[in-house]
Write a new protein. Structure first.
Length: 184
């Protein structure tokens, strides 16, 4: 039985503040896949996702000293990623380059649908998620794909917990209505 110690994010932040560069590398390893997938889901472009994920870690590295409570690293990290995503969307809208296709991992929905309807369901879910406004899509992705709590999402996107609950409710209603013929 392997009893290897797995430090918390807060412990890694404290160790990094004390000069342990490997602690930051551990944070990168812990969050790199999740933040990359977040940006893939939000931008639909692999190259943009790679650039935004890298920029997230650069900003985290540069401002980690400003984090008052190391135990809050997770929501602080996602706030940085979310803000970068918002900035990216604003830039793209100004340039009239809307994202073309989104490749969204829909494991739960696809498994429930069965193999015969998988392709149709994936396409329909992608279309419905694309139709959501950025605020609703962001809370869905942070909650359903990255497991953030309502409180963490509220802190991340800068709104109340009630607003998070409402955005998730509205997004789920839109998903249900659009997919009702495919999912019982």
């Amino acid at each position: 039985m392997d009893n290897e110690y797995d430090p918390t994010d807060g412990e890694l932040v404290r160790r990094f503040a004390e000069g342990d560069v490997a602690a930051f590398a551990n944070l990168v390893t812990r969050y790199q896949n999740g933040v990359f997938l977040f940006f893939c889901r939000m931008t639909g472009q692999r190259a943009d996702a790679e650039d935004l994920a890298q920029e997230t870690f650069v900003r985290v590295y540069e401002s980690l000293h400003s984090l008052d409570d190391p135990a809050r690293f997770r929501s602080w990290f996602w706030a940085i990623a979310s803000n970068l995503c918002r900035d990216h969307h604003k830039y793209r809208q100004r340039r009239h380059h809307l994202s073309i296709e989104r490749d969204i991992d829909l494991d739960r929905q696809l498994m429930a649908a069965g193999p015969a309807r998988t392709a149709e369901l994936a396409s329909r879910i992608r279309t419905v998620l694309e139709a959501l406004d950025d605020e609703r899509r962001m809370v869905v992705v942070l909650r359903e794909y990255h497991g953030l709590s309502y409180e963490e999402i509220a802190e991340t996107v800068g709104c109340s917990v009630g607003a998070v609950r409402w955005r998730l409710y509205a997004a789920r209603q839109q998903l249900r209505a659009s997919l009702s013929d495919l999912i019982e």
